[in-house]
Ligand binder design. Structure first.
Ligand code: GFB
Length: 319
């Protein structure tokens, strides 16, 4: 990469996009281009076309997405499939039209079948039925991988994909209903501690298992994969199975997670479970051997990451 490279981070106000933009700016060897939603609506093809025609972009981190936790996915399926299909299709197609050779698409571990064998390797994609609570989102993300692979095959582009496990950390969405489990529980345990509530209620049975990755680790992994030599990337992937899992390879139950979060927050009261709320996939732990073979490993442990996330929650709610 040369000092003159212009890198577009799509979604720089989101949790992952902002972490990627921070890492790129810290590295300081390229110009980082960003646009807010009011400056550029990524779901609008004409606007995206004009943007790429006017800006000479060398690389794209496609971190813009409509995201949310299990309840948001289950309640607003149309928004999840429509927004994600539009954003990624516009960016990938218009980037290709404008001659952008390199792009990194960010997907999700929910692309894999609900009952995929664990840990889930990249080749379990499209081998079974998806989890119902997030099927529309997963279908959009699978389409994103296939867009990249198809443009690579037909047009010779270098569009890569990474599939993160459940992410959390600085810049997360702490909404009580629409968020993912870690920000949701940080808020609930914190509010319960402050109000001396009699209990904290966790959605579902507490039995599902999840793997979590701190967002700064994810951003680092994205830069690592983007910067891999093309021959190395191709040697470790296949043309129609080109995505790379990003995670720690370790999981725990939601019950165990809740106990750790209560401890980090300092909540000492009882924890109850509301089994009328959905559990989602029973387990989804990533097989990260492809990524390990490519020379990258997660560094931030769960407890350390949760302490950082709680500090971020406190800062963001006091703003
Ligand atoms: O984080 P979460 O929404 O992601 O939920 P998914 C994980 C687990 O935590 C589920 C339970 O079993 C939830 O029932 N849970 C317990 C809670 N309490 C809470 C709570 O207060 N809030 C939330 N959100 N969950 C999402 C997908 O699924 O994972 C997305 O819907 C995306 O599409 C994302 O792929 C990474 O792992 O179940």
């Amino acid at each position: 990469m040369s000092r003159l490279d212009r890198i577009f981070v799509a979604g720089h106000r989101g949790m992952v996009g902002s972490a990627i933009a921070r890492k790129l700016r810290d590295r300081g060897d390229a110009t980082v281009i960003t646009r807010t939603r009011s400056e550029l609506d990524l779901a609008d093809q004409a606007q995206v076309r004009t943007f790429f025609a006017n800006e000479k972009i060398d690389q794209i981190y496609l971190a813009a997405a409509h995201v949310g936790g299990i309840m948001a996915n289950n309640t607003y399926p149309a928004e999840f499939i429509y927004q994600n299909l539009m954003i990624q299709t516009n960016i990938i197609h218009e980037a290709w039209r404008a001659g952008v050779e390199k792009l990194l698409f960010l997907g999700s571990s929910c692309i894999y079948p609900r009952l995929a064998s664990q840990p889930m390797a990249e080749d379990s994609l499209l081998t079974g039925v998806l989890e119902q609570t997030n099927e529309p989102y997963a279908i959009a993300k699978i389409a994103g991988i296939k867009l990249c692979e198809s443009y690579n095959r037909q047009y010779g582009t270098d569009y890569r994909s990474v599939m993160p496990t459940n992410l959390y950390g600085t810049g997360d969405n702490y909404d009580a209903e629409k968020s993912h489990v870690i920000p949701g529980l940080l808020r609930r345990f914190h509010d319960a501690k402050e109000s001396a509530a009699s209990e904290v209620v966790i959605w579902g049975t507490g039995k599902p298992m999840r793997e979590f990755l701190y967002v700064d680790d994810m951003a680092e992994a994205c830069l690592h994969v983007m910067d891999l030599n093309i021959d190395t990337y191709r040697k470790n992937t296949q043309p129609m199975l080109s995505h790379i899992n990003v995670g720690t390879g370790e999981d725990l139950t939601i019950r165990e997670l809740a106990i750790i979060i209560a401890d980090v927050v300092g909540y000492r009261g009882p924890i109850a479970f509301d089994s009328t709320k959905p559990d989602g996939t029973p387990r989804k732990v990533m097989d990260v051997s492809r990524l390990h073979n490519l020379g990258w490993r997660a560094r931030i442990g769960l407890r350390e990451g949760l302490a950082l996330a709680y500090a971020d929650f406190l800062t963001s709610t006091r703003r």
